[in-house]
Design a protein around this ligand. Structure first.
Ligand code: APR
Ligand code: PHB
Length: 396
């Protein structure tokens, strides 16, 4: 059995774990990253794709934005659609020049993995089964077992960055945690299509048959979503049925509809809101999806993961450089303020745009009135814009 020593043991090589390891490296803090899946799997898994202004700034300041700056698509507005008409929300104009950048999460993951490996950071893919030990003591450790052999990684702190289905959160005493959840009576069917974007910006469309979203990944690839039933089976959605439904829901009175192309990938994702409080117990800090899940409508998931690890890095740096754990003690409270505001916004965007089967005629009229208000009042649009481009990163 090998025994390793590090300062921070990180579980998970998604955006949270990788960015944490990189930021710690920049602060001269040593970490080891344990990832269950292969490098290829992490780099190819298609997930979110919208970076807030603050996330782009963070990646730039951390020196990992060369490809993002070349290939990322800066969007200074989004469109909301209702009654088959589009209304532009001018994000930059309403937020003093802030914007979002469309760049796939797996591209962020690729850039971070390349940088970490170039810097000689210790990442172990296909690490086997990980368990957490002595988390209430000053000498916690991770054990990983694979093919009958075991290693122990002794550390000062553990960062649980292992997503919603990871091992970190369930390893904490459940009596010390409180969870807050909401599930939604629908899911999203997402496709990646080999078709050049035929709009410059994202289109969030309200439709009586259900919500649809027009997004993109590159000058040759579009990403589109349809609201569907939570228990829908992708086998029931032929490519023809998907395109026909996309044309019905996204088609506008001016004749615009999405360009069709070969469907490269399709899948259905459930929607839920989840928060675990606190985001820390003993020597374990939870970050990203391990602590919270948002429905994708507000495009906040990856951004929250990056914001958490920014706060955690500053707190760990204060501990190692100034020997103070005040910021570590405040980690959960600081993150949760942002998390709850993102939860509120994601819930709000979701309820604004989706079809609810149990909605009364009153609910339906109220929903349309709200969309009408947001697309016709600068003040209402400014609130959406402020949240969409991302609230300021705060350390206290
Ligand atoms: N041991 C080691 N690694 C694990 C384990 C485990 N027991 N369980 C999960 N992992 C790994 C997963 O394979 C994954 O690579 O942890 C990583 C978690 O990454 P993400 O799920 O991408 O989570 P996070 O880094 O918090 O990023 C949040 O992901 O789901 C999207 O919308 C979400 O954009 C947001 C982002
Ligand atoms: C995406 O491009 O995958 C995407 C964009 C906006 C969202 C959610 C997902 O709100």
């Amino acid at each position: 059995m090998a025994r390793l020593q590090t300062q921070v043991g990180i579980i998970g090589a998604g955006p949270a774990g990788l960015m944490l390891s990189h930021l710690l490296h920049l602060h001269g803090i040593h970490s080891v990253v344990l990832e269950a899946r292969s490098r290829q799997y992490c780099e190819e898994r298609i997930r979110a794709g919208v970076l807030e202004q603050g996330s782009v700034d963070m990646l730039r300041n951390a020196g990992v934005a060369a490809r993002l700056d070349k290939e990322g698509m800066r969007h200074e507005g989004i469109e909301l659609g209702l009654n088959r008409q589009r209304h532009r929300i001018p994000l930059a104009e309403l937020t003093n020049g802030k914007a979002v950048t469309v760049y796939g999460q797996h591209e962020v993951v690729k850039d971070l993995i390349a940088r970490l490996l170039a810097d000689g950071v210790d990442i172990r893919f296909e690490c086997g089964t990980v368990s957490l030990h002595n988390i209430d003591s000053p000498q916690p450790f991770l054990r990983r077992s694979r093919d009958g052999s075991e290693d122990e990684i002794h550390c000062d702190y553990i960062a649980g960055c292992d997503g919603f289905h990871g091992i970190s959160r369930p390893s904490l005493p459940q009596s010390a945690l409180r969870t807050f959840e909401r599930s939604y009576p629908f899911a999203w069917l997402g496709i990646l299509a080999e078709a050049p974007p035929s709009r410059d910006e994202l289109l969030y469309m309200h439709h009586e048959r259900g919500f649809a979203l027009y997004s993109m990944r590159s000058p040759s690839i579009t990403r589109l979503y349809l609201q569907c039933k939570p228990d829908d089976d992708i086998a029931h959605w032929s490519d023809d049925r998907i395109w026909s439904e996309l044309h019905t829901r996204l088609g506008c009175t001016d004749g615009w509809k999405p360009l069709e192309g070969h469907i490269l990938q399709k899948g259905i994702t459930g929607m839920r809101s989840h928060v675990t409080e606190p985001m820390q117990h003993g020597r374990v800090f939870l970050a990203g999806d391990a602590a919270h899940i948002v429905p994708p409508t507000g495009a906040k998931g990856m951004n929250l993961a990056l914001a958490d690890v920014y706060v955690l890095t500053e707190a760990l740096s204060a501990f190692y450089k100034r020997n103070t754990s005040t910021q570590l003690d405040q980690y959960s409270a600081v993150c949760l303020r942002r998390v709850w505001k993102a939860q509120r916004f994601s819930w709000w965007m979701t309820s604004l745009l989706h079809r609810f089967d149990d909605a009364t005629a009153f609910d339906q009229r109220r929903q349309l009135a709200e969309l009408d208000y947001i697309t016709s009042s600068r003040t209402a649009a400014a609130s959406l814009a402020e949240n969409y481009v991302g609230l300021p990163m705060e350390l206290h």
